[in-house]
Design a protein around this ligand. Structure first.
Ligand code: DHK
Length: 148
């Protein structure tokens, strides 16, 4: 049975490649997803790659992961710094959790320096753009292998 990974993306991630600031590079969200899907299959992982602009939807997906996923990768985007509900849902998940950010959040405004998600995360990857997403998938594959 392949291991299932939920890769959950928060508000505005659908705009990657389109935002004027260029903070998140020029690659579209759809292209990043396609590359993650390819890498997941190389690793023998079943990938559920989802995006929502709504906090409650993300909470519902994390709760769904308790039943249907072996690991969670999450970029909660702007909700990283405010969402106790997302933190509580992640704390109820029993498996590896990787917090991923495209940008180096510690190099940016101070309001991005405190992450609620980190309180539940096994590890954090930030500042490497979509390469970080690839590394997050590799990390969960290895963590799940060692858990087996
Ligand atoms: C993405 C966002 O949308 C921001 O709100 C976060 C994160 C950083 C990222 O780097 O992927 O502050």
């Amino acid at each position: 049975m392949p291991r299932t990974v939920f890769f959950l993306n928060g508000p505005n991630a659908n705009l990657y490649g389109l935002d004027k600031s260029g903070t998140y590079g020029s690659e579209s969200f759809a292209s990043i997803e396609a590359r993650c899907q390819r890498h997941a299959s190389e690793l023998g992982l079943q990938l559920e790659f989802r995006q929502s602009n709504h906090e409650g939807v993300l909470v519902d997906w994390i709760q769904e992961a308790r039943l249907n996923a072996d690991a969670v990768i999450i970029n909660a985007a702007g909700l990283t710094y405010s969402s106790v509900p997302i933190l509580d849902a992640l704390l109820a998940f029993d498996g590896p959790i990787i917090e991923a950010h495209m940008s180096n959040i510690w190099k940016r405004e101070s309001f991005r320096h405190h992450s609620y998600v980190s309180k539940a995360a096994t590890g954090v990857i930030a500042g490497l753009g979509a390469l970080g997403y690839r590394l997050a998938l590799t990390a969960v594959a290895e963590l799940l292998e060692h858990k087996a």
